[in-house]
Design a protein. Structure first.
Length: 348
């Protein structure tokens, strides 16, 4: 009985998607880096890691939703850039500052429209998600450069520029200035909202069902096509919010923003326990995965590792994460047979 209780306790600590294991890895990495460089465990560095995680976290929420549904999306950086750069460019060319709320609504409309295109193509024609989003990524980026603009924008609209320097914490420490951007608040709020949606709504449960087995979900009464279209629309809106945050924190806008960020975001979601086979994943795991990637990147910078090797390390982590998932999937398939053999030996 005690062994059973111990096993159950360990299982709860590990978490449904190995969130506990990831948290231990994160803590161990922070301790190791603090031993190597004592400045690493300081308020300025910790706040810097949190700031660097804001945009990846919002984008990762959209990727999480898609992966849970059994798909993969590589078009989200193009949607984020299109939405953010588009509203900034339009506000500047119009000669007036529409205000932060109007720009947010405009970006959400653009993101929702582009995301709905992905959803319509994937759901209606049952096309592979990777191929569709790879194609629409090029289409969206080409349309942005052709019809919207190509110039780098250094001067944002005043209402938007004021957001760039807004901090909820700004203090002087022995290690230097420590400040935490105000956008960490909406980023965490989005985490709570997405977690609630996935756990507590029929829409969220339908996403899990589609990822587990789309045909079984359809037979169970889930409206697969409609759910997928709305899902990709939501993902487009999350990408738009992430794009606006990126522009605000960078204090500039460029049509080349966020190019090549797909690897880090997808790696963070996979390391956070989301199954590439669909049907499994959590916001908590994604949050920890994003933090892990940011801690690793900052650690490599502090020890002087070139940026090219940082990309290589993230790629290696992605391969390891996928390999672990494939191995676990194979073990689950073999498990029933092993249990039967054990029971036969016991009865004999």
């Amino acid at each position: 009985m005690s062994q059973l209780l111990t096993a159950q306790s360990l299982s709860r600590l590990r978490g449904a998607n190995n969130e506990g294991v990831l948290a231990l890895v994160l803590v161990a990495l922070v301790i190791a880096m603090s031993a190597i460089n004592p400045d690493f465990f300081s308020l300025p560095i910790l706040f810097a890691i949190l700031r660097s995680a804001i945009v990846p976290l919002v984008l990762a929420l959209g990727v999480l939703i898609v992966i849970i549904s059994g798909g993969i999306d590589v078009s989200f950086p193009a949607i984020a850039t299109f939405a953010a750069y588009g509203v900034v460019h339009l506000s500047l060319t119009s000669g007036m500052d529409p205000g932060l709320a109007v720009m947010l609504v405009g970006a959400l409309v653009i993101g929702a429209g582009l995301g709905a295109i992905n959803g319509f193509l994937i759901a209606t024609f049952r096309l592979p998600t990777l191929i569709v989003t790879l194609g629409t990524q090029g289409i969206f980026r080409g349309a942005l450069l052709t019809f919207v603009g190509t110039r780098f924008i250094a001067d944002l609209p005043e209402s938007f520029a004021s957001l760039s320097t807004a901090n909820i914490i700004d203090t002087e420490t022995a290690s230097g200035q420590a400040y935490l951007h105000v956008l960490v608040v909406p980023a965490l709020a989005l985490c709570v909202a997405v977690a609630w949606m996935l756990r507590s709504t029929m829409f969220g449960r339908s996403i899990y069902a589609i990822g587990g087995d789309s045909e079984a979900a359809r037979r169970a009464g889930v409206k697969v096509v409609r759910t997928q279209v709305w899902m990709y629309t939501l993902v487009g809106m999350l990408a738009a919010i992430g794009g606006l945050m990126y522009v605000a924190m960078g204090r500039s806008a460029s049509p080349q923003d966020l190019v090549g960020t797909e690897l880090d975001i997808i790696a963070a979601v996979v390391l956070g326990g989301a199954s590439i086979f669909g049907g499994r994943g959590s916001v908590l795991g994604t949050f920890l995965g994003v933090l892990l990637i940011q801690v690793i990147n900052n650690s490599l910078i502090l020890v002087g590792v070139p940026s090219a090797w940082q990309r290589a390390v993230v790629g290696v982590l992605l391969v390891i994460g996928v390999a672990i998932q494939v191995s676990s999937a194979r073990s689950r398939k073999r498990k029933p047979a092993a249990i039967v053999q054990e029971e036969e030996v016991t009865h004999a």
